[in-house]
Design a protein around this ligand. Structure first.
Ligand SMILES: C[S@@+](CC[C@H](N)C(=O)[O-])C[C@H]1O[C@@H](n2cnc3c(N)ncnc32)[C@H](O)[C@@H]1O
Length: 305
């Protein structure tokens, strides 16, 4: 695909040169020839319309087109943990490279792109790569498109566009993975980052990764007591009221439907599925505290003998 961008300056030079030559040519000689001297004209061959060639920096509806370098596309799909069964949607899919790369990994993927020429180009690219069954493209505006079925969302837009999309992204199914080339989501801290240490890459070689957190703001009755939660994206604070008293919630974290927190010195972890939350004492924390519990019990048992 990148070959086509490299050809753009050449093509432009050729276009400029050819149009210049055409302007410099005198128009008269051909017209001055007598009718009989003109060679018999064959029916003009139907001209194939020139294929659309994208230009880096060409305007887009909300964002210009600049392609993500292929090695970063690969890393973005790696950090997303792309796997068979996923459904990837690229918001503003440009020449289709992210969608096509996902399809080459055996994953169904859709590109939403405003520019119809880019949509057609992506479809041609997918055909050339033999993945047009898995890689599909639609012409659409990302702000008017439904991408709620995605399990992975990718994008290379702009910070303010990301922030504008953020409420929609936060309403996606918990666990949906989101990767953004270069741009963040303001106060929504990423769950992972791809650094920009590529060999031939000085700018625009980083990406951010998030997992849409379950929505837990509010009060929950759980087996252990009453959990009051104040959620900030994938983190939360609050209190856990148990029979022992009210404990401050610390290190509250969500990764999709997985929840963990500490309260009253005990670590809890579990899942949130819609309106159901179930947490248990973290098995790792149990392992940590088990020797201490046993040590405390031994003297008591011994005394009882
Ligand atoms: C920076 S390019 C990224 C292309 C591709 N995702 C990639 O990473 O190589 C942004 C793309 O978004 C498209 N775009 C801009 N505004 C859009 C909108 N509102 N809806 C859909 N596509 C849009 C542009 O035409 C352009 O192709």
């Amino acid at each position: 695909m990148s070959g086509s961008f490299r050809r753009v300056p050449l093509l432009l030079t050729a276009l400029v040169l050819s149009s210049g030559l055409a302007l410099a040519q005198p128009a008269a000689p051909e017209a001055a020839k007598p009718e009989s001297a003109k060679p018999a004209q064959a029916a003009p061959a139907a001209k194939k319309p020139a294929e659309f060639e994208p230009e880096v920096g060409q305007p887009g509806k909300d964002v210009i087109w600049v392609p993500t370098p292929q090695d970063l596309v690969d890393k973005m799909l790696d950090i997303a943990g792309l796997r068979p069964g996923d459904y990837l949607i690229d918001l503003g899919s440009g020449d289709g490279r992210t969608v096509i790369t996902a399809a080459k990994r055996g994953v169904r993927a859709l590109g939403i792109e405003y520019n119809p020429n880019m949509v057609a180009l992506s479809q041609r690219n997918a055909e050339k790569e033999g993945v047009s069954k898995l890689a599909t493209f639609v012409r659409g505006d990302i702000f008017r498109s439904d991408f709620s079925k995605a399990t992975v969302v990718t994008m290379y837009l702009l910070p303010q566009i990301n922030v504008k999309l953020r409420p929609t992204i936060l309403r996606l199914r918990p666990g949906t993975r989101v990767v953004s080339h270069s741009f963040h989501m303001d106060e929504w801290e990423p769950d992972g980052t791809i650094g920009g240490n590529g060999n031939d890459c000085e700018r625009f070689c980083s990406a951010y990764f998030w997992v849409v957190p379950a929505r837990v703001n509010g009060t929950w009755r759980i087996r252990q007591g009453t959990l009051s939660v104040k959620q900030e994206f994938q983190t939360f604070t609050g209190t856990l009221r148990t029979r022992d008293g009210t404990h401050k919630v610390e290190n509250g974290r969500l990764r999709g439907e997985a929840i963990s927190f500490t309260a009253g010195g005990t670590k809890y972890s579990g899942t949130v599925k819609g309106r159901r939350m179930s947490v248990t004492v973290d098995p790792a924390a149990k392992a940590e505290t088990a020797p201490a519990e046993r040590a405390a019990q031994v003297p008591a048992k011994n005394q009882a003998r």
